[in-house]
Design a protein around this ligand. Structure first.
Ligand SMILES: [Zn+2]
Length: 319
């Protein structure tokens, strides 16, 4: 049986169970957190992570894939504390979350050197621990697939080829980054079954999403609750249509929830709720509202529920 690395060590893939494939137990601008640690309340962040993860656990979630990479304040020690306290497995990644910026350190070293850093996280351990990364993360957003973004994608692809680890790529449908991201992975020789293009659910252009699915990759409908990118009813209509067209085996449904995130001052969250930019964003929204709606629409049954929340994460992680 294939095994999957979690922050508590490897588990048999059959043990993963019900899985949320894209959530963050904490998200920080890591340079700010490193320079001004007193601005952060570790206990408050930890408590918020426990509330979110325990709520998911109550809905039956056994495992959470947390794609927090470099620049997102990745901290596998924090993840392990959350996993230990909740009994929910957390699966960590390696990679760089950047829309363009690259530190001089990596700018002046070649792709293979960058890949080697990722391989070390996967084969040896992350941040001086023996906790191993289970998959690779990269990103493309509004600036598109810039030279730096392409470099990170190629390094991620090469680390995948060396280790067998799968890839999750943050994408931005509004500027159609997905096809180029897949193309780079293909050029490097990565099997599409190892590739997940996240955030495809931010558009309801079915043709765009089916264009990616035709390449054999997984697509993430993974930002439920972030109404600012697309409201839930349109996300659901898209998910339902993709399910009707037989794509259940390549869809990932999640929330991209951050138990805490430092991108905005504390008062902003209420403002986002009031303005409708976010609505009921949490680690349980897909179980509380999305699955019931898709069932009501006749688009989801027990089998496709199992495919999406159990089989797809397992199959992608072990491809
Ligand atoms: Zn995310």
């Amino acid at each position: 049986m294939p095994s999957v690395e979690t922050v508590q060590g490897p588990v048999e893939d059959s043990e993963l169970g019900l899985t949320l494939v894209h959530e963050h137990v904490r998200f920080r601008d890591e340079a700010v957190a490193a320079e001004w640690p007193a601005r952060y309340d570790d206990q408050l962040e930890f408590d918020a992570a426990l509330v979110a993860v325990n709520a998911a656990k109550q809905r039956g979630v056994r495992s959470i894939v947390d794609p927090t990479a470099m620049f997102g304040g990745r901290d596998v020690g924090f993840m392990k504390r959350v996993a230990d306290a909740t009994g929910v497995r957390i699966i960590a990644c390696t990679g760089i979350y950047s829309y363009d910026y690259l530190p001089h350190y990596f700018e002046n070293r070649d792709i293979d050197v960058m890949a080697d850093h990722f391989v070390e996280d996967i084969e040896v351990g992350v941040q001086g621990t023996d906790i191993k990364a289970a998959f690779l993360k990269c990103a493309a957003d509004a600036p598109g697939v810039t030279e730096h973004v392409e470099k990170i994608h190629r390094a991620v692809a090469r680390a995948s080829l060396q280790t067998g680890a799968s890839i999750m790529a943050h994408s931005m449908p509004a500027v159609a980054t997905g096809p180029r991201q897949v193309e780079i992975f293909e050029e490097e020789g990565v099997d599409p079954a190892k590739i997940q293009i996240a955030h495809c659910g931010d558009t309801d252009e079915i043709d765009y999403i089916e264009g990616l699915l035709a390449r054999g990759v997984y697509v993430g409908l993974d930002r439920y609750g972030l109404e600012m990118y697309l409201p839930m009813d349109r996300r659901n209509a898209t998910a339902a249509e993709l399910l009707r067209r037989g794509h259940a085996e390549r869809l990932m449904i999640s929330q991209d929830f951050c138990a805490t995130i430092d991108w905005f001052p504390p008062e902003a969250e209420e403002m986002f709720e009031t303005s409708g930019a976010i609505r009921n964003w949490s680690m349980t929204l897909v179980f509380d509202e999305v699955v019931p709606a898709l069932r009501e629409m006749g688009a989801m049954d027990d089998a496709s529920y199992d495919t999406i929340f159990v089989e797809n994460p397992r199959r992608w992680l072990t491809a």
